[in-house]
Structures are given as C-alpha cells and as structure tokens.
Design a protein around this ligand. Structure first.
Ligand code: NIG
Ligand code: FE
Length: 400
C-alpha cells in the first residue's frame, strides 16, 4: 500500500531517452511511499492502492524545480545603481568605485539575522510558489567569518521554517572587503586559511564558490581557495568567465567543480574540459539581460561538447534581481536559444546535478517525491509565458 498517489496527470519525468528528453507520460500516475517515489507510469497500470489519492484533472507534473544558483539572503536593494547604469555607468565601474557588491555587504553586515531572514523570506516564498522545491543559497555579502556564517545560518533557518530544501554555498571569495582594501591576495589567503575551514567545521556550508574575474579574484587566488575546499572535503563551484575570459571554465574543470556558472566569455576548450570533468554549465540569463550584456555563452560549443546545461535565477540585488525561475526559462530560450527541453532539463535534472544531488531532478522510483504541478496545455508553456504563474501544486518529500 502506497502513502499517496496522484492520478490523471501528464508527466515530464525528465528521464527519457535522447529522442524524448522530457520523458513524457500522458495520463500518468505517481505513487509515493516514505517520501520517495515508489511507482510511476501510465494510470491504467497503477498497481495497488494508497491511503490518499489525488486526481489531477489533466495537470502536468514535473520534478520539483531546482534553482541551483541564488544569492537570496541579502539586505537592501541596488535600484539606485540600476538608475546609474541606465544613465551610462557600467557594472564594473560602479564596483571599482566601491559600490556594487560592497554596497550590499555594508547593508547585509548592518542587518541582524532576523532582519535578513525577513527580507529573504518573500523572495524564497515566491520561488516556491512557482514549483521550486530545492534552492541553493550563497553567502558572499558578509566577507568576514562571522558575517558569512550569519548569512549561512539564515539560509539554514529558511530551510527549517519553510517546506523547501536549501543547499548552502560559502562564497567568501566574492569581493575584497573594506578591511582588506588594496590587499586582495591577503584576503584570499584569509578565506582559504581562516574563513573556509571554520565554515566547513560549522557544518553550515554544503559547497564553496568563488568569483574569478578581473574585478574579483585571480585564477591563482581561486585555486588557493579550491585547494582549501578540497582539504575541508567540500565540493566547489565557480562564477566563471562572466565579464571576460579568465580561463575560468578550464580552472573549474581541473578542480572537478560541480559547476561553472555564467560562462558568457568561456572558450570552447574550457567548455570541453568541463564536459570531460562532469561539471555542469549553469546559465544565468537574468544577469545577462539585466547587465545588458552582448556576448552570449557559446551554447553551440556546449552542445558539441555534450556539456550538461542548467538554468538559474542568480537572484541577487546587483546583477540579477530575478524573482522568477519560470521567467528565466523564457529568457534562456529567447536570449540563449535553448530548446524547451534543454531549458526544462536546466531547472530540474541538470540543476540537481549542479548541486551534486542525485536523489532529485527526475521522476523515477527511489528518488525523492518532490513534485511541481502546472495547469498548462503543453510543457512549452512553462517557457512561453512571461509572468503569471501556472503552478497549482507542490509536493515536498511526498507531502503537500
Ligand atoms: O552572480 N558575479 C558575481 N556575483 C553576482 C553579482 C552579485 C552582485 O552584484 O551583488 C552574480 O552576478
Ligand atoms: Fe551569482
């Protein structure tokens, strides 16, 4: 006997063969037991009964969506910088003048943990309402041990207080804090030798990220942070080649990174190295759009290399104030020319892989029963609408 079944739904298992990557099952059924998928298939083949049955009236069910790159715990906003950029200032120029990430660092340090939680909550709830069941949350607006831990603690509290899974990432190597002004290499060493080991010991960080860019950290400093992550037993990810080709894709591959993210300027050799290393390419069309970038990531090279592509919001106050993962599906298709199947794999199966999570992102027996239900006529609608929310139900570990 199952705990629960859903019937009368069309399923996108995201587990199909190459000719049917969405793995569509029309008039399907899913059964859950102990929070896992116990059975999945055509409704007429459903074996056995369940304590609770839900008729879905033709809704489409996907694996609960995974937003695999966010900075959603922060204080304040950067709408004034947006106005400066509209008047001609560049993102890099604002950052070099002490604004940008550092202005959010000032606001985040000044806010207490309760205030950070209150500011982050509606952003998280908005993502959940669209069918997101797993969210990655980075630190990176604290830039001192205590302030980074505070951000990570707030991320853990969000997970404890809401029906959602949160994967945390330490991004202490995001920018150089004011105390280390002019001493970037020294701060990178402080991250590697002090902040990272302490964060790892606290159990608050599930992974480590760094911003490798000419306005942030050099490849050598990034490698030092990655070595420290390896020593601490934490997987790594990288903000790579967003504004210039710094060899970030190849660097991420050399370190067996779970993912390299942004990648607008990544070169084809680096992308091929990522594919060989099993790293995922996380595409962030919200940042591309919001910064009015012109250089697109080389999707052709990614396809040719067989690189798995994920799509995420990059939710942050500076480069991507994106509160909707569904809107990112639209932008990934329109701006980056992803197919509907590529975009949907990007917020499910491949997004889970970008977090190193093999127990979700697909609908298959034995995996977590995390589901998102949508009132749509065909899967392409999830990429087609700009705004609006067709999500009618959400299930986390068989509950919901
Ligand atoms: O992913 N690239 C660096 N970090 C963020 C931006 C953070 C900010 O501007 O506050 C990003 O785009
Ligand atoms: Fe980011």
């Amino acid at each position: 006997m199952f705990d629960r079944v859903w019937t009368g739904a069309h399923l996108c298992t995201m587990d199909g063969p190459p000719e049917d990557p969405l793995g569509i099952v029309e008039d399907g059924a899913i059964a859950a037991k102990d929070g896992r998928i116990a059975w999945i298939g055509r409704r007429r083949d459903l074996p056995g009964r369940a304590a609770q049955a839900t008729e879905c009236h033709g809704a489409w069910i996907l694996p609960g969506l995974v937003d695999c790159h966010t900075h959603l715990v922060f204080a304040g906003d950067r709408a004034a910088e947006f106005e400066q950029r509209l008047a001609g200032a560049s993102y890099e120029a604002i950052a070099r003048a002490g604004g940008g990430i550092l202005s959010t660092v000032r606001a985040t340090r000044a806010a207490g943990e309760d205030a950070l939680l209150r500011e982050a909550e509606p952003r998280l709830v908005g993502l959940m309402a669209e069918g997101v069941t797993t969210v990655e949350i980075k630190s990176g607006y604290g830039l001192s041990l205590e302030a980074e831990l505070a951000q990570l603690r707030v991320a853990r509290r969000l997970a404890a207080e809401h029906p959602v899974e949160v994967a945390t990432t330490l991004l202490a190597a995001h920018a150089v804090p004011p105390e280390f002004a002019g001493r970037r290499a020294e701060y990178a060493r402080h991250v590697a030798e002090e902040i990272l080991p302490a964060a790892a010991a606290s159990g608050l960080a599930d992974a480590v990220d760094a911003f490798c860019e000419r306005i942030a950290f050099t490849p050598e400093e990034t490698e030092m942070v990655f070595e420290a992550a390896r020593a601490a037993g934490l997987p790594v990810k990288l903000h790579a080649d967003q504004l210039s080709d710094g060899g970030g894709a190849a660097l991420a591959a050399r370190h067996g990174a779970l993912s390299a993210d942004h990648l607008e300027y990544a070169n084809p050799e680096g992308l091929a190295a990522m594919a060989r290393a099993g790293s995922v390419a996380v595409l962030l069309p919200g940042a591309f759009h919001f910064l009015r970038e012109e250089r697109r990531p080389d999707i052709g090279a990614m396809r040719a290399a067989g690189l798995r592509m994920a799509v995420a919001t990059d939710l942050n106050p500076g480069s991507s104030p994106a509160l909707s993962l569904l809107l990112m599906l639209n932008l990934a298709c329109t701006l980056f020319r992803l197919t509907v199947a590529e975009a949907l794999l990007g917020v499910t199966r491949h997004a889970a892989a970008a977090l190193g999570l093999s127990d979700r992102g697909r609908l298959a027996p034995g995996l977590r029963c995390d589901l998102a239900l949508y009132r749509i006529g065909r899967p392409a609608e999830l990429c087609y609408w700009m705004g609006g929310n067709p999500c009618t139900g959400r299930v986390l570990a068989g509950r919901g």
